[in-house]
Design a protein around this ligand. Structure first.
Ligand SMILES: [Zn+2]
Length: 108
């Protein structure tokens, strides 16, 4: 979310609540969601580090590819490379990008 990655910390089924903590263990930022991943609140502790813009970019890229795969009759591989050609991506984001093959699995 917003360039920050959270790890699931605790699930409280009775409250329909999931506690997520920032992947940076030195960082005290938490968020709460429902069990179905609907954002509820955060603990208002700011992150002690910058968001990872590569992550933001990769999330957007994935969302765009998945959206097109669902609405167009083009194979995921084609869409993936078309979007890659359009994207003005930093080399580090590019290096972390999921390949079409692995994305296909997550889309099925
Ligand atoms: Zn953080």
């Amino acid at each position: 979310m917003c360039g920050h990655t959270y790890h699931r910390n605790k699930i409280v089924k009775a409250q329909n609540k999931v506690y997520w903590r920032c992947e940076d263990r030195d960082c005290g930022a938490y968020i709460h969601t429902t069990l179905s991943n609907v954002y509820l609140s955060n603990n208002e502790t700011p992150h002690i580090h910058e968001p990872n813009m590569d992550d933001v970019f990769i999330q957007q890229f994935k969302a765009q590819v998945i959206k097109r795969v669902r609405s167009e009759l083009v194979t995921p591989g084609v869409i993936h490379s078309e979007e890659l050609a359009k994207a003005n991506m930093s080399p580090s984001a590019m290096a972390n990008l999921p390949i079409a093959q692995s994305m296909r699995k997550s889309m099925l």
